[in-house]
Design a protein around this ligand. Structure first.
Ligand code: EPU
Length: 360
């Protein structure tokens, strides 16, 4: 087991914020995690699990031991008349997995093309785009429990998926009287090592999102292949979302809020153009990007942290990626901007936006 010291994290977070890991361990297999928990010097050390760093804001150097997940592998583990089941190591790039499954002839992940990050991070926030969420294609995952040193497997119900949410985003509160963990949170405890996806047969295109409907109308292709949808999604994302390799960012910075029909009616009375979608459970989802845009934030900056010109839901690092590393946005600037946005959206609409990335 080789622990590295004072490791720069700028290349390992898509915001390209300058910070260091005091200590870092590259995890290439479950055995590396077993070695960690078997080592008395590190067994009880606080840890921070790092995947592709595409959903974090670093506000300083990271003191807990950083577990940089680099577990490889992509394979078909089962094929029946009803589905292909594909397994991938947590360290694989999500987009490369999407591309690989299509190349092998296992369609189903194409609507989630080009989402930054790793396979291991994908269940944590139940990634989703263009009408498909990870939970729609999820079979099961293997994880390692840092507290007990054991591996375990979870199905979808046990992952408690919600909108950009899962059991891995929550910590277990400790019961004040017994001192035992209460609740089901696995944050800070479970390290995802492998994820399996169920890709149903026969494949059906998912084209319900307006952006994809526009593509069918524009091209006249009404029966697109999975590869065609993959290419459309890549085109749509490239047109409205910044490429983290060029402009530092962490995707959508806030979740889309849901409100009651009464709250929505109240907002419509004041702002008839508010973008909203009625959900099956009777609530109404509002487009956070629209709310932020309506408050005049698009294109604005605080220090080197900015609001992306083409999508107000995305906060960006305006610092040069290849220039002086000290001149980019700090995590503090990003959070100051985020709080200023939250305040103005709250004052105008009475809605408190919830950040999507994890603030470290
Ligand atoms: N809008 C504006 N102004 C803006 C931004 C958006 O008026 O500055 C309006 C758009 O015109 C549109 C609506 O808001 O009518 C929604 O915008 P968009 O279609 O771009 O989707 P979104 O709700 O902002 C969500 C996900 C994205 C995902 C897309 C497509 C969340 C928080 N974000 O964005 O996921 O790619 O839908 O499915 O749910 C991510 O989570 O990091 C992410 C990029």
């Amino acid at each position: 087991m080789q622990i590295e010291h004072n490791v720069p994290l700028q290349p390992h977070n898509t915001f390209h914020i300058v910070a260091r890991a005091t200590t870092l361990l590259r995890v290439r297999s479950t055995e590396d995690l077993q070695a960690l928990t078997a080592d008395s010097a590190w067994r009880a050390a606080p840890t921070f699990v790092l995947g592709g760093g595409s959903n974090i804001v670093l506000t300083g150097d990271v003191k807990p031991l950083v577990l940089k997940i680099e577990i490889p592998g992509m394979r078909l583990v089962e094929e029946t008349s009803r589905a292909w089941v594909v397994e991938a190591g947590a360290g694989e790039s999500w987009h490369e997995l999407v591309r690989w499954t299509l190349a092998q002839g296992y369609p189903g992940l194409e609507n989630m093309a080009l989402i930054p990050g790793t396979v291991g991070a994908s269940p944590v926030q139940n990634i989703g785009a263009y009408g498909v969420e990870l939970q729609d294609r999820f079979e099961s995952l293997d994880a390692f429990d840092l507290h007990t040193g054991r591996t375990f497997t979870l199905n979808a119900a046990q992952c408690a998926f919600g909108y950009r949410d899962s059991v891995f985003k929550h910590t277990s509160a400790v019961d004040a009287t017994s001192g035992l963990p209460a609740g089901l949170g696995l944050a800070g405890r479970a390290v995802i090592t492998q994820v399996r996806f169920r890709l149903p047969k026969p494949w059906k295109p998912e084209l319900s999102y307006l952006d994809l409907q526009k593509k069918t109308e524009l091209t006249g292709i009404t029966q697109p292949s999975a590869q065609q949808i993959f290419e459309w999604v890549c085109e749509i994302r490239r047109a409205k979302l910044p490429d983290p390799a060029v402009v530092g960012n962490a995707g959508s910075f806030f979740k889309n809020p849901t409100v009651t029909p009464e709250q929505c009616a109240d907002i419509i009375a004041r702002d008839p153009k508010v973008v909203h979608y009625h959900l099956a459970d009777g609530t109404v989802k509002l487009a956070a990007g629209w709310l932020i845009d309506a408050c005049g934030w698009r294109g604005k900056s605080i220090g080197q942290a900015g609001v992306y010109e083409k999508q107000a839901l995305v906060l960006v690092n305006r610092g040069p990626l290849n220039g002086d590393p000290a001149s980019g946005a700090t995590g503090g600037e990003v959070m100051t901007l985020a709080k200023a946005i939250q305040t103005s959206v709250y004052e105008r609409f009475g809605i408190l936006l919830q950040p999507e990335p994890v603030v470290v």
